[in-house]
Design a protein around this ligand. Structure first.
Ligand code: C2E
Ligand code: MG
Ligand code: MG
Ligand code: MG
Length: 275
């Protein structure tokens, strides 16, 4: 059964998968051709500066329109891609697109920064730093315009290796943000050693903070922690006006979430910028 449904290369890690998951196998097998056939695209989710109310940055989020399976969410295919080196190709594709987009912002005199999500395997890839360096040169984009979002848990897989890579990336002039902060049990002692610029509070704490005192306390504590470590603090997952207001009162620096905007295509993002 498996052999019938799995092209070469997939069987080597199929042991990690449920028996009854032909969809997952199909998705893994389709990523490579999806890249070759241009089935991926990016959406941009704005980040608003809470001091000025202006959108000054966005997170690039990958999307996949498969000809038969339809729109597949990154929440489904990224974890599968992360099981093999295909995540390296996906991340390089996203970086190329995002840096090219930064070039377009630059040409139209828009001062916008973009962030790209990177996975554990990318941090262990010796080619990541040279790749980013080469793309910044190719498109003539300042490294200061690009930020990488790395989850707290990805940083903990191989802390020494992560530190080495992050030092090189920050040496290039990129910013580093710790994504989904608060969910990864990272040691603060270790975190302090890393050349990071910002903390991104996980949406699980932000989403209900106006209805749950515990969540509000956690969010407020992370904001204070970040500021005490001289880091910028971003809240993700603000879904209503009240949450944005409370975050502002708490001194949070940036906010991202459905209240500001969902992730949107390039043209819609450009319209948001002009508003
Ligand atoms: P993430 O990096 O933590 O991204 C935030 C996710 O929360 C996005 O889902 C975004 O659409 C969603 N979100 C934003 N605001 C709100 C809100 O107010 N309420 C709620 N309920 N959700 C909100 P998305 O785009 O489906 O991405 C899911 C995850 O997939 C991302 O989590 C990230 O881990 C991964 N991902 C997405 N694009 C890429 C990529 O290019 N590379 C890698 N390695 N991972 C990616
Ligand atoms: Mg992210
Ligand atoms: Mg996140
Ligand atoms: Mg997340």
């Amino acid at each position: 059964y498996k052999a019938k449904h799995t092209p070469g290369g997939i069987l080597s890690y199929s042991a990690n998968l449920d028996e009854g998951s032909p969809r997952r196998l199909a998705i893994m097998a389709a990523i490579n051709s999806g890249l070759k056939q241009d089935q991926f695209f990016l959406h941009y989710q704005p980040k608003m500066d809470l001091k000025t109310g202006h959108v000054t940055a966005a997170e690039a989020l990958i999307r996949w329109q498969h000809p038969e399976m339809g729109l597949i969410s990154p929440g489904e295919f990224i974890p599968l891609a992360e099981m093999s080196d295909i995540i390296i190709d996906l991340t390089e594709w996203v970086l190329d697109q995002a840096i090219y987009q930064l070039k377009k912002f630059q040409l139209s005199q828009k001062d916008v920064r973009l962030s790209v999500n990177v996975s554990t395997r990318n941090l262990l890839d010796d080619n990541l730093v040279p790749y980013i360096h080469a793309k910044l040169e190719e498109y003539d984009v300042r490294p200061q315009q690009l930020e990488l979002e790395i989850t707290e848990s990805a940083l903990m897989v191989d802390p020494d290796r992560a530190l080495e890579t992050l030092n090189k990336l920050s040496g290039l002039g990129l910013s580093i943000s710790v994504d989904d902060f608060g969910t990864g049990y990272s040691s603060l002692v270790y975190l302090r050693r890393l050349p990071i610029d910002s903390l991104k509070i996980d949406l699980m704490f932000v989403r209900n903070m106006c209805r749950n005192d515990q969540d509000a306390i956690i969010v407020n504590s992370i904001i204070n922690l970040g500021h005490n470590l001289s880091l910028t603090v971003v809240a993700e997952g603000a879904e209503d006006k009240a949450t944005v207001e409370v975050l502002k009162t708490m001194g949070c620096d940036y906010v991202q979430g459905y209240q500001i905007s969902k992730p949107v295509p390039e043209d819609e993002f450009l319209r948001l910028l002009d508003e």
